[in-house]
Design a protein around this ligand. Structure first.
Ligand SMILES: Cc1ncc(COP(=O)(O)O)c(C=O)c1O
Length: 370
């Protein structure tokens, strides 16, 4: 038998989500709303799809390992130099590379409870411990508590802005105050997977790439606003020393040919982006009004989803199942440490409407205060 290292044995096997056709446990649904994964339910940027079709004839070739065309495009759009950029298979891919690049034995990653779950498996496989502090009221990152928990062994601090799954944002003033007082031998990761949505929703949303600090690594993705989750494309922005270190351990040929081509064209697709953002604004407002009317607690969101605080696990389970039986998929948050909360993504208008219709029906039997 091959001996499996202890840290790898301790990782729970990944439980894949069910394929779309099986999501409803075989029950036929006349109407469906898949609102569980914060995807873009308008599909993908049409310009990106056209670029993918064109690039299909090139898939016999290896991708450009430098990703120069896409980096140039990102740089032109947002004002970065190429040596500040690294590409990856989703922003997950950038995190994965970061774990390989920076940790030495005994060093840990510091973050908040109730944040992005992929961190945990990646930490485990790299023998890195994660230390987490509780969130503050409003399910937001408690930057004072994180600061107080820093020790000499803290190598990386992970901030998710806005946070998945709570939707809460760290405003400009707080982020700047925090980053400026942390010593610059700590790498601060700011995960901005929902950047396009947040920037659109608030003028207080900080762009962590513009703070001019050399110990910040920002993560962005094409999975959400540009609708390319299935293609796996993300990027990191940071000081050239951070980026060149990560390039040493990055798998050479990701992202693939199709993803690189799609990314270049997606960044030109203002029509698709604007449609996505305006739908998100309207969907959020509609949900807020609806939850206010029903007296359901929610966290104001700076992303493309809303988290509901349903107060207890049974109510979450019953609501989830009752919605699923009506063709609406939401996300339970037990794996994030929030078993009393349910997350719902913003979908197309008709999906949002279907969610509200079903939720209201369900609420009459499940919520005593409705
Ligand atoms: C906060 C956060 N970071 C990263 C990701 C992963 O994004 P990607 O598809 O780019 O790997 C997600 C996906 O849901 C997310 O919510």
């Amino acid at each position: 038998m091959i001996r499996i290292p202890q840290n790898i044995r301790e990782i729970a096997n990944y439980k894949p989500g069910k394929p779309a056709a099986d999501m409803f446990d075989g029950k036929e649904q006349t109407k469906q709303a898949i609102l569980c994964s914060n995807e873009n339910n308008f599909g993908s940027s049409p310009l990106a799809k056209a670029a993918i079709e064109e690039a299909l004839s090139n898939v016999y070739l290896y991708p450009d390992p430098t990703g120069e065309g896409l980096k140039r495009k990102i740089g032109e759009k947002y004002g970065y130099r190429q040596d500040q950029l690294i590409l990856g298979n989703g922003s997950d891919g950038i995190l994965y590379t970061m774990f390989k690049a920076f940790f030495e034995p005994g060093e840990h990653l510091l973050t908040s409870e109730a944040t992005f779950v992929s961190l945990h498996a990646m930490a485990k496989m790299n023998n890195v411990e994660i230390k987490s502090v509780p969130m503050k009221t409003g399910y937001a990152f408690d930057l004072d508590a994180i600061y107080a928990a820093i020790t000499p062994e803290t190598k990386v601090i992970y901030l998710c802005n806005p946070n998945n799954p709570t939707g809460a944002m760290i405003p400009q003033k707080d982020l700047v105050g925090f980053i400026e007082k942390v010593s610059n031998d700590k790498l601060i990761i700011v995960d901005e997977a929902y950047y396009e949505f947040s920037k659109d929703l608030s003028d207080q949303y900080p762009d962590s790439t513009k703070l001019g600090l050399d110990n910040v690594l920002t993560l962005r993705t094409f999975s959400k606003a540009y609708g390319l989750a299935g293609l796996r494309l993300g990027y990191g922005i940071g000081h050239p020393d951070i980026i060149s270190t990560m390039h040493k351990v990055k798998l050479t040929f990701n992202p693939n040919v199709l993803a690189q081509a799609a990314g270049i064209s997606a960044l030109d697709d203002d029509d698709f982006l604007n449609l996505t953002l305006s739908n998100n604004r309207e969907g959020l407002q509609q949900f807020y009004k609806f939850f206010d009317r029903l007296g359901i607690d929610y966290i104001p969101s700076y992303a493309n989803f809303v988290m509901l605080d349903l107060k207890d696990t049974d109510t979450v389970e019953n609501t989830y199942e009752a919605l699923r039986d009506k063709g609406v998929l939401t996300r339970r948050l037990g794996s994030f440490g929030l078993p009393h909360c349910l997350r719902v993504s913003i979908g197309r208008p008709e999906e949002n409407q279907w969610f509200m219709t079903c939720f209201e029906e369900v609420s009459h039997t499940l919520f005593t205060n409705v």
